[in-house]
Design a protein around this ligand. Structure first.
Ligand code: PLP
Length: 442
């Protein structure tokens, strides 16, 4: 079995950059020039399988007795660099890449909950996550209990002996709420429950949830990490700190022999890496939402400029928020970077006042004026995505959150007239000019 020491050695690259700053980690973590061809850029290992030296080597690999690659549904050297890089940026122990953010969330949950269990979630969620939680997981027997709001007290009220995790988005998409991570992590620790944070909107360039006690971080790297709207990728990062063995009754998956992987007891065999080890060898190995190495390469390229881009996304978005706030045709603006916002103090506490690149606002005149504004946009793209270098606009009520009833929409933070902007990194003058001409048309 791979011991904790063995794993630590395997992840020495990650440790080599651990003392460095984000801007350096984003460019170097997880890769040292490979020894055969001396490629400086991360090679794309477009292969399904890896040849065994002999039968014994194959058996040793399958027993996890030696490190090495077997089959790209479970691991791939290009994806491995991305896993190490994101884990390093988040300050976690290890990561797992999957084919999309949605798959990361699905696996993060089924890796610790089964039929009869429940998880407790904040209500402010991205549309796809809400649908997974409200309609799909219950069909698998996993109940998702939505708290009344995103406070630790509201989440705690819904916990019982079958609660396996608390789920939150660090910055809600599109609600823009910023959760009090420290308070929620402290409550969850007291109750012996693991916390899962979707850090897609904030990105580790602005906020590292693990620093505040969160156990598992999930990402749609499709968004800011990739940064160019080309590639779907999901990542799970394990802080490696949750004491699974202290909570045997709540977490049998890490403390009982795993029948689907020749009886391994994850907490014993993988130590601190029990959660991520199981995520790879149970959900990923058996259901196969594997990441293409080419897509991993694309996201690695994006991450190199993540800290730089996030700075510009934040300053451009604050300028847009201030501009819209003063505009006669705008009814309301919601952006936690604004001093008057209810969550501005949390933006200060967790992100130095930054609040990422998503803002929502309402055009005066309600739904119809909103649609006129939306249709008049020229630079902003009308689509359902966020985190692109390009400025994007979406009307959640008719698209991302269309499957939700109006009361469900309001609960997740979407009003009928809400327009969600994902402000890009174009010149601010051109961004504001496009918004002004579209508002004039509304
Ligand atoms: C887009 C998004 C997801 C889903 O990610 P995909 O990569 O599109 O599957 C999950 N969470 C948040 C916050 C998102 O914005």
């Amino acid at each position: 079995m791979v011991t904790q020491d063995g794993l630590a050695a395997e992840w020495s690259d990650l440790k080599g950059t651990a003392h460095m700053k984000d801007q350096t980690i984003a460019i170097h973590a997880g890769y040292t020039t490979e020894p055969t061809m001396h490629a400086v850029a991360v090679p794309i290992y477009q292969t399904v399988a890896y040849e065994f030296d002999n039968a014994q080597h194959g058996a040793d690999l399958f027993n996890l007795a030696v490190p090495g690659n077997i089959y790209s549904r479970i691991m791939n050297p290009t994806c491995d660099v991305l896993e190490q890089r994101v884990a390093a940026l988040e300050g976690g122990l290890a990561g797992l890449t999957v084919s999309a953010g949605s798959a990361a969330i699905h696996y993060a949950i089924i890796n610790l909950a089964a039929a009869g269990d429940n998880i407790v979630s904040v209500p402010q969620l991205c549309g796809g996550t809400y649908t997974l939680f409200a309609h799909m997981l219950p069909k698998l027997g996993i109940e998702v209990r939505f708290a009344e709001n995103d406070s630790a007290a509201a989440l705690e009220k819904r916990i019982d002996s079958r609660t396996k995790a608390i789920f939150l988005e660090t910055i809600g998409n599109p609600a823009g709420n910023i959760v009090d991570l420290e308070a929620i992590a402290a409550m969850a620790k007291r109750r012996g429950i693991a916390t899962i944070a979707d850090n897609t909107v904030a990105t580790p360039a602005l906020l590292k949830p693990i620093q505040y006690g969160i156990d598992i971080v999930v990402h749609s790297a499709t968004k800011y990490m990739g940064g160019h709207g080309t590639t779907l990728v999901g990542v799970i990062v394990d802080a490696g700190k949750f004491p699974w063995t202290e909570h045997q009754a709540r977490y049998p998956m890490f403390n009982q022999p795993e029948a689907s992987y020749h009886g391994v007891v994850y907490a014993q065999a993988f130590g601190a890496a029990a959660y991520i080890g199981r995520a790879r060898t149970v959900p990923q190995r058996n259901t196969g939402s594997a990441l293409s190495p080419f897509n991993a390469f694309q996201i690695l390229q994006g991450i190199e400029t993540l800290p730089l881009r996030m700075e510009r996304h934040c300053t451009n978005t604050l300028a847009v928020a201030k501009h819209l706030q003063k505009h006669a045709k705008v009814e309301w603006v919601s952006y936690a970077g604004l001093e008057g916002h209810a969550h501005h103090a949390l933006a200060r506490k967790y992100m130095g006042g930054y609040a990422s690149g998503i803002l929502t606002f309402g055009v005066r005149g309600g739904f119809d004026a909103g649609v006129k504004f939306y249709d008049a946009l020229k630079l902003f793209k009308r689509l359902v995505n966020i985190g692109d270098a390009k400025s994007l606009a979406c009307h959640p009520a008719s698209t991302t959150h269309r499957q939700l009833s109006e009361s469900e929409q309001r609960a997740v933070g979407v009003a009928p007239e809400s327009i969600r902007l994902s402000v890009g990194i174009e010149h601010i003058d051109d961004i504001l000019a496009d918004l002004d001409q579209a508002l004039a048309a509304a």
